[in-house]
Design a protein around this ligand. Sequence first.
Ligand code: AMP
Length: 310
Amino acid sequence: MIVARTHGELIAAIDSCRAGLATDRSTVAFVPTMGSLHAGHLSLIARARSSAGITVASIYVNPLQFGPGEDFDRYPREQERDTELLIDAGCDVLFLPSSETVYPDGFSTKVLASEALSAPLCGRIRGASHFDGVATVVARLFALVSPDTAWFGEKDWQQLLVIRRMAADLFPSLSVMSAPTVRDAEGLALSSRNAYLAEDERAAALAVPGALIAARNAAAKGGNVNGCIDAARSVLASAAVSVDYVELLRGDDLAPTPGPFPEATDRIFIAARVGTTRLIDNDSLTPSSPALSENLPTPMASTARAAATG
Ligand code: AMP
């Protein structure tokens, strides 16, 4: 794996990977991350590898998407461990830009995320500028890496929709691909922020996937939209978590579902705080998409967990 820190090094690294490949295999798949990697990130690398000849991952903790008082300063940074995990995962190029490379002197263009997609859910809680910060950094990284495909996790469903829209508007040749949420053996969605959780907080955090399952079960029993939301809320209410939102929205555009009963493309979205750690999760309500229980544990989940605790 080649580690590139500047735009010049990145282009040279991709060119040197390309030199050894047949033209039809010389496409670039890109996985942008903020590091502190886990099996969710590695599942994106695996999919990227199978979709293209050259896999590029980036690690950059983007200050633009953190609000005042959020966890930018304490966000986990584990470069050496991440580098090892990416080598083992078969990544070809790791882009580790400095802030000067991402936002050089004079950088002054910002991307405004789609208002319809960025206003609800996390946009309402974290402020509209959160998704503008996400759209800006991802557009900038797309411009630096020039990938053919880019991979994102469904765990951050709202972010995925914002980026899909941004890419369709600004990078029409690029395909945005998504992969299902990877969970630990107890159903908790893997997240770099799980490292903040003390043991008792981790137990409380399991109420989040528990609430998703309760909503699915309510839907399976013919429950209406309010019944599904109530089922999720009552699981959260029994745990030491503070709820930011529980909403059931249309999965493709985050519009309110017309009701009274959930539709096949609807999703339930949850954000909750456990102590000072904010967790988000979402799931479809129908068994046709990967169910919570079908999606865990994976061999990679155990590998990354072992690496995280080792
Ligand atoms: P982050 O490092 O948190 O910015 O995440 C980088 C990418 O990994 C994003 O596309 C996330 O949606 C994705 N991701 C994070 N957690 C998971 C997970 N548990 N399963 C699948 N993808 C994930």
